[in-house]
Design a protein around this ligand. Sequence first.
Ligand code: GLU
Length: 469
Amino acid sequence: MYADIRVRFAPSNTGHLHIGGARTALFNWFFAKHHAGTAILRIEDTDRQRSTEEYYDAILAAFDWLGLEWDEGPYRQSRRMDLYKEAADKLLSSGAAYRCTCTPDEVNAMRERARAEGKTPKYDGTCRDRYDKDPNVPFCLRLRAPDVGKAIVDDILTGEVVFENSQLDDMVIVRTDGTPTYNFCVAIDDIDMKITHVIRGNDHLSNTPKQLLVYQALEETSPKFAHISMILGSDKKRLSKRHGADSILDYKERGFLPEALINYLVRLGWSHGDQEIFSKEEIVENFALENLNKSAAVFNPEKLLWLNQEYIKSADGDFLVESLDAGLRAQGLSPDVLTHKSREGIVDELRTRSSTLTEMIDGARFFFENEVDFDEKAASKFLTSENSGLMLKLRNELSKIDMFSSENVKSAFHRVMEEEAVKLGKLAQPVRVAITGGTISPGIFETLSLLGKDRSLHRLDAALARVNQ
Ligand code: GLU
């Protein structure tokens, strides 16, 4: 058991929160919750060129939609400059850091020289022990890297990863313009926030020895690390936009349920037996870093759709009606042309046939339109003078019904089918086209019943008028 767990998710606001970042955030969050620890959100916004307020807001909006609450934060690195300065001063006065007045050209020349000699290209230490520095010459601060020994990253997932200190550069911690550098800020923050476990993508593994140097220089114990494997597309290449690795908020737009996306992302690399569907509570209860898969996970959009459909199937009815109403309003349609009860019936019919909320709303549109939007091919095939007699007969049977239940609608259909000696399909398809505009819908009796008597008769009349034109 781990004591007093503190983890952080540390996105840069240089882009949207994407699939990969969200999964890392979830692993951090569930790990913290499993151990009753603290989950922190820290925005790494020191890249002034590329960080924007829009992305900052979008990242928070994505977490808001996912329903993920952080125990601390959002902290912002841009507001913590005093802390980095204080740490840099401390390192300078202890001698762990030094002022370097070499120009970029000089540093490049050193690298070239080392490369030519077949050595690791790095800063050669010229300023390490120079005491004749003119205070008016611009300088940066460098951290003295040990020349011997090893930096060992003790990673929960990959085991020990060893880096030779001799390969490490005397890294710049404060630039000539006075701004602190990325790896320095990360390490200082992780120390200040008392982070116990750094869980992040393994694309950051090469930063870890640099950050460890900061810990060593400040005589702080380093946190434990878990560098998680990347997510790949189905072509086994690193997940990118062309695989549909859109921002999390795109999934909201496309009608995914946050719970389904969370379930999918957590399962992408983590498993608990062969269970596929997990409530948040179940993940909290069972989550363990040790169960993360060490090899890369492959993003499977079909599986995500399947899972989303499973969540829609069992979603709360009121939630689905609210989603339907909002979707219709967004398309300029009024949900109130049908009662709440009918809309509940509609979402119940559609929940088993929709893999996204968007699909559900699209499938429900025809109920709410004032005029049927005909699929021309279906209309010319089924709304024919040959079928109009049958449709008229049915119209008259329907008009006699008092309680427009699907049972009563069904009886009306059967009366016409018997009298005319036709099978259900022969009658149902023209009616379906008349009512919905197309050939695909939930069961025809349920559809008519949910649409209601007035609207159903009106649509049949309109279709008959169209045939007679
Ligand atoms: N800011 C980094 C990123 O956006 C994460 C750094 C870390 O987790 O240490 O990828």
